[in-house]
Design a binder for this molecule. Structure first.
Ligand code: UD1
Length: 365
């Protein structure tokens, strides 16, 4: 039996294609039954309708078999709560594999529990490294990869990182980018949503901005500087800024004014289809999200990543991404606006067929 773990927003579009693929394979009799049984475990790290429920609906993910309902907390509190509750489920169900995706606290917590119970761990999106241990996700990546029995990578740089860390070659499989599976499948539905007209926007003439990393939003001075930049950018072209709950909390706490205007559209978090639409049609994306760096690369929409590093270097080397910082943001925006509206190429194996490669690797392992 396979356990698929989903906890936070960026997990849902990675788990959806896996579930679909396992179901299709089981239905076609493509493999003997029991190995293709699965259970979906939602840790409850994200729980708001806008951060979780909407994504289940849009992506057609079945209701979780187990919901650990851990909610928010400090890293230790959240990780410990997931571990305690997940251990009980594992002891009852005894899965053969625990499949974790990405780099959130839920992935680390479930991998750690499984490894200690002698249950095999597969990590989808293994091998990514920012080489910046001030990011909680970097710790999660390193520990999860150290524990995993099967490391499924999205790009060749990830294989190189794992090799350098001494992971045996036999544990590593380059499967491509699972997130792009969801993108490809949902593109028609996303395009049909009319997101732009609902917001009064024209294609290629607005900026799609998202920011939620602690390094950008958890300090008053940085967040104030970012909001000033967004307001001045909005004087040049409309900016769509759906606000993550962490960011909203900080804006309120710091007393930074944020008002929804025609030029700076401050919204609640948007769903998956709206986000795909905005990414495809934006003049450029301004973000600190890992997922948006990848999705904008797929669409060849220029992306400015407000971070000093990225664990997804292929989005810079081949794709449309470049790193920026608060002091260089204005100049980088000028450069993007004077450049081509579409740039870069789509990395190999970001082709919408990563899920079958994951399943093949699991069944062969
Ligand atoms: C988490 C992930 C991050 C990912 C991001 C995507 C970790 C360490 N971080 O960060 O890698 O990029 O999700 O969104 O796992 N909150 C709500 N409703 C929710 C969820 C959270 O209001 O449904 C608020 C709470 O105030 C919470 C805060 O957002 O304290 C942060 O949530 P948390 O899951 O701790 O981290 P994220 O910043 O969302």
């Amino acid at each position: 039996m396979l356990f698929f773990i989903a906890g936070a927003r960026p997990n849902f579009m990675k788990v959806a294609p896996l579930i679909k693929c396992v179901r299709a394979c089981a239905a076609s009799g493509g493999h003997d039954g029991p190995a293709l049984e699965y259970r979906l475990v939602h840790t409850g790290q994200h729980y708001d309708a806008q951060m979780s429920g909407t994504f289940f609906d849009e992506l057609g993910i079945p209701a979780p078999d187990f919901n650990l309902e851990v909610g928010s907390g400090s890293h230790a509190v959240q990780t410990a709560a997931i571990m305690t509750r997940f251990e009980a489920v594992c002891l009852n169900e005894r899965p053969d594999w625990v499949v974790v995706v990405g780099d959130v606290n839920s992935s680390l917590a479930c991998a750690l529990v499984a490894a200690k119970l002698g249950i095999k761990v597969a990590h989808v999106e293994a091998g990514l490294r920012s080489f910046d241990r001030t990011m909680p996700e970097e710790i999660n990546r390193i520990v999860t990869d150290a524990l995993a029995d099967l490391l499924l990578t999205p790009s060749a740089d990830a294989n190189a990182n794992l090799r350098r860390e001494g992971v045996p070659e036999a544990k590593i499989r380059l499967v491509g980018n699972i997130m792009i599976d969801s993108l490809v499948e949902h593109l028609d539905q996303a395009r049909a949503r009319g997101t732009l007209s609902a917001l009064g926007l024209q294609p290629r003439s607005f900026v799609y901005a998202t920011l939620h990393r602690p390094a950008n939003v958890d300090e008053r001075e940085t967040l104030t500087g970012i909001m000033d930049q967004l307001m001045s950018l909005a004087r040049r072209m409309p900016v769509v800024f759906p606000v993550h709950p962490r960011t909203r909390r900080r804006l309120c706490e710091f007393g930074i004014p944020f008002e929804n205007t025609a030029a700076l559209k401050i919204l609640d978090p948007v769903g998956y289809h709206d986000s795909l639409c905005l990414t495809e049609q934006a003049r450029f994306v301004l973000t600190d999200s890992g997922g948006l760096q990848e999705e904008s690369t797929f669409f060849r929409t220029p992306c400015l990543t407000l971070r000093p590093n990225t664990e997804r270097p292929v989005t810079i080397q081949l794709g449309s991404n470049r790193l920026t910082s608060l002091p260089s943001l204005e100049a980088d925006i000028d450069r993007v606006l004077s450049g081509e509206p579409r740039t870069g190429t789509v990395p190999p194996l970001w082709d919408g067929h990563a899920a079958p490669r994951v399943l093949d690797a699991l069944l062969a392992a």
